[in-house]
Design a protein around this ligand. Structure first.
Ligand code: HEC
Ligand code: HEC
Length: 208
């Protein structure tokens, strides 16, 4: 069934459309690299921690540019409350954010489609959007979770649960997930191949 020519043609059409969309003609990663200099102080230091509450500063290397742009806009607007990131984001124009995002994405991550370890049962709810390997997301404004720090993922899940972090999609999902499943979910996605620090992107232009 999946080899029927019509379906193959549709698949190809979707791939072609995605390629065009992610080309981001007007974002300049070179300018982004200069603007991202101040970001390395936290995002370029492996295991660097946010103080209160204590969790790892997230990996941004290889993340979808579209998601990074959305996150910066949310910090700037205060929709996603975080004092430090608000202070960082308000100084950036929309163009700056697009340039930085293009730099941080680097050479886009190639989803491995290879799952490391046994997925906990609760991941069944997640893979439809974030991908079985946490990297092959269905939309490019859905974040890659593969290779993200486990303690950061857990914090994000708690923030969606408490309503501190507002997103209509994740808010709906998280009501159906028991908090005791958070550590295993977070560890599973952290173990997959994917994101890296801004330092790796600066040095290699990509993760791995
Ligand atoms: C003083 C440390 C610090 C600096 C400097 C900093 N960040 Fe952050 N950043 C953080 C922390 C901590 C978080 C996690 C906040 C949260 O829980 O929402 C974060 C989160 C983010 C996120 C959200 C990631 C995700 O997966 O949702 C983005 C995007 C981001 N930072 C971009 C930047 C950019 C771009 C710069 C430079 C212009 C920068 N940050 C500078 C500490 C920092
Ligand atoms: C219907 C699609 C969908 C499903 C299902 C889904 N997510 Fe998400 N997820 C999203 C979107 C969209 C975002 C971005 C939300 C935002 O900007 O805050 C997101 C964000 C996240 C983040 C924040 C990442 C970061 O870098 O800050 C985590 C962690 C996460 N999801 C984990 C999960 C887990 C674990 C599951 C399964 C229990 C799951 N998601 C199921 C769509 C989905």
């Amino acid at each position: 069934m999946k080899f029927r020519p019509t379906l193959a043609a549709i698949g190809f059409g979707v791939m072609a459309a995605c390629t065009t969309y992610s080309a981001q003609a007007d974002a300049d990663p070179k300018k982004g690299e200069v603007l991202a200099y101040t970001c390395h102080g936290c995002h370029g230091v492996p295991e660097y921690k946010n103080a209160y509450p204590n969790y790892s500063v997230p990996n941004l290397g290889g993340q979808h540019a579209k998601y990074i742009e959305n996150a910066l806009a949310a910090y700037a607007a205060g929709d996603r409350p975080h004092q430090t990131m608000h202070a960082q984001a308000v100084t950036l124009s929309e163009q700056d954010r697009a340039d930085i995002a293009a730099f941080l994405q680097g050479e886009a991550i190639q989803p491995s489609n290879e799952v490391v370890g046994t997925p906990p049962a609760a991941t069944q709810t997640c893979v439809a959007c974030h991908g079985a390997d946490g990297a092959k997301t269905v939309m490019d404004d859905y974040p890659i979770l593969a290779g993200q720090y486990a303690d950061y993922i857990e914090q994000a899940l708690r923030d969606y649960k408490s309503g501190k972090r507002k997103n209509p999609i994740m808010a709906g999902i998280i009501t159906g997930i028991d908090e005791k499943d958070f550590p295993a979910l977070a560890q599973f996605f952290a173990n997959q191949k994917g994101l890296c620090s801004t330092k790796d992107v600066r040095e290699n232009g990509k993760c791995q």
